[in-house]
Design a protein. Structure first.
Lengths: 238, 355
């Protein structure tokens, strides 16, 4: 039986970063397919890291011509292949906002056959980004995403970060945001995302300030794959 | 104000709003679509108007109208779309209307590609549209600089009643960086007695006429002379340039925009090894920092100049004019949206030193 993870959120909330990291981690224990369903972004998308993913043995399904210097609002027919019976992990990386999430809606009949315990729909938030920086605006985004994607979110993810300048305080800001969201919607907080050292600092802060574990969820360490330093970005190309 | 993580297109839009821009007219094209996307959400919140025009030509002429009525208006596009706007930009210049035009350059000519490029240098700096006019051209190299530039862009447009172009590239538009946006809830704007805001027959204000058609040769010449005089003032007062570690440099790099960032990385790496290399980065491409370039390369220490660009030798021409033959100028650049690398630049500099 496959496990399905669907990652949605507003533009630049960190979906691709988390998707790639989850794919690489999942591949260590079984087959893994990453579906890049982003028909919005021309650059900075998970298909950009195709070489890293393929080298690790992750199957990547991209829209036709993605990263081929043109953009076509079309999805690969291979997407349907992930709904066939089997084992492993399938991760959907969705384009930003409700506009990008529309692409997900067409798979509703396929997702309908998946037992609820195997389907995880995550809403990723970063309070340092505009448009979904506070509870009311993030709630509006969440509502629109669920309508556009025709799916209900099952977990909220705290991805508070400021790219290369991230420290634990950004996760503290994210904690307040996901706590507010969770209280208003009843949707549990799935986890808190960061590089290992930022997570360690946040864990220390959380213990000292009695933050509620219910609004922290799992500590999900990631390595920075997308938001890389300028030099690394240049040396490895667009 | 605290730092935010913003995409270049979002940041430039918000900075425009903070600078008093309340009118945006545009038409979609990659890689600047996040500008209209952001404006369409934000402008209604501040009492402004976002309008997706039926074409680029319509959009630039709406900017003409809003700017002519005294409002702060802007449009944005990417290379092929900017080509379509040229007729309007020429008309705006002739009618002496302030306007801000953002170009997130992509590869050309023709439809080219959708990756970052610097191929529109000539178009922006040398005219683009027809006739004797200039647009002030700013070339930011980071998202923070783009934001800081927007206030200046609108102020310059108003002060000189001229079109102002922000010549960025797809990378600036699409990358995300932490940025600090200055909040300015009540932007001040200069008085615009020339604006066409309605005629009162009983009032004392003369009829405001905005026009670019001057049938009489002498009348047209009068306009051109007036513009020329204004351009001379702009050349005196509005040049912006960054000279980075140029003092005593052996090799001087010349680059603008994102490419200048790559060059700066190369300069830093070589400086750490004790190799004296500097960078001249024009921030205004028109008016061009001719003097600063000349002074930097005319030093006795300088053996040669290397112009680096993501186009096929466009900035190169202005650098050669500024250098005026006092030192050899070499070119390093690729079109087709191929970004020069730090390693590649260092390798080239080392070869120049051996020569």
């Amino acid at each position: 039986m496959k496990d399905y993870w669907v990652l949605m959120g507003s533009f630049g909330s960190g979906k691709s970063e988390l998707a790639i990291n989850m794919a690489l981690q999942a591949r260590k224990s079984g087959p893994c397919t990453l579906v890049d369903l982003d028909v919005i972004n021309a650059y900075f998308r998970s298909s950009e890291r195709a070489a890293d993913l393929e080298a690790a043995g992750v199957e990547l399904i991209s829209p036709p011509f993605a990263m081929d210097k043109i953009e076509i609002l079309a999805l690969s027919p291979r997407v349907y292949s992930v709904f066939t019976p089997g084992d492993g992990t399938v991760i959907f990386d969705i384009g930003g906002d409700d506009i990008g999430t529309v692409a997900l809606g067409q798979y509703k009949p396929n997702f309908a056959n998946i037992p609820p315990e195997r389907l995880h729909v995550l809403f990723i938030v970063n309070p340092l980004r505009p448009m979904a920086a506070n509870v009311p605006s993030a709630l509006a985004v969440l509502g629109n995403l669920q309508i556009a994607g025709r799916m209900e979110v099952t977990g909220i993810v705290n991805n508070g970060n400021l790219a290369g300048m991230t420290d634990f305080s950004h996760l503290v800001m994210g904690y307040d945001l996901v706590k507010g969201l969770s209280e208003q919607t009843g949707i549990p907080v799935w986890g808190t995302v960061g590089t290992q050292n930022v997570l360690d600092e946040f864990r220390k802060y959380a213990q000292e300030h009695d933050l509620d574990d219910a609004y922290i969820g799992r500590y999900q360490p990631i390595e920075v794959m997308m938001h890389r330093s300028w030099d690394k970005y240049l040396s490895e190309g667009l | 104000m605290a730092l935010k993580l913003m995409k270049g297109c979002e940041a430039i839009s918000e900075a425009a709003i903070q600078a008093g821009c309340r009118y945006f007219f545009g038409y979609p094209i990659t890689p600047q679509n996040d500008v209209p996307e952001y404006m369409s959400r934000r402008l209604p919140e501040v009492g402004g108007c976002f309008l997706q025009a039926e074409s680029e030509l319509a959009a630039i002429n709406m900017v003409y109208g809003a700017g002519g009525a005294g409002a702060r208006a802007m449009t944005s596009s990417s290379s092929p779309g900017i080509s379509l706007k040229q007729e309007g930009i020429s008309t705006i210049a002739a009618a002496e209307i302030p306007a801000v035009i953002v170009n997130m350059m992509r590869g050309g000519p023709g439809l080219g590609n959708i990756q970052a490029s610097q191929g529109d240098y000539f178009q922006a700096v040398k005219g683009g549209g027809h006739g004797d006019y200039h647009a002030v051209v700013y070339a930011p190299s980071s998202i923070q600089e783009t934001c800081d530039m927007m206030q200046r862009a609108f102020d310059t447009a108003d002060t000189y009643r001229t079109p102002v172009i922000i010549l960025a590239d797809g990378l600036i538009g699409q990358m995300m960086e932490p940025v600090e946006l200055k909040e300015n809830p009540n932007p001040t704007m200069p008085d615009k007695p020339w604006a066409a805001t309605g005629y009162d027959p009983k009032g004392t204000k003369p009829r405001a006429v905005l026009n670019s058609l001057y049938i009489e040769t002498e009348d047209l010449n009068t306009l051109i002379d007036r513009l020329h005089a204004r351009y001379e003032v702009i050349k005196q007062k509005e040049v912006l340039v960054e000279c980075y570690n140029t003092e005593g440099a052996e090799i001087v790099l010349c680059a603008y925009g994102t490419v200048a960032r790559v060059c700066k990385a190369a300069v830093n790496e070589l400086n750490e090894k004790g190799i004296k290399v500097g960078l001249v980065r024009p921030i205004t491409l028109w008016p061009f920092p001719t003097e600063a370039v000349h002074d930097a390369v005319a030093q006795d220490s300088v053996k040669g100049v290397l112009t680096v660009e993501m186009s096929d030798g466009q900035l190169l021409e202005d650098i050669r004019l500024a250098v005026n033959g006092v030192k050899p100028v070499e070119f390093m650049g690729k079109a087709g949206s191929i970004m020069p690398t730090t390693e590649g630049i260092i390798e080239r500099i080392m070869k120049m030193r051996e020569a």
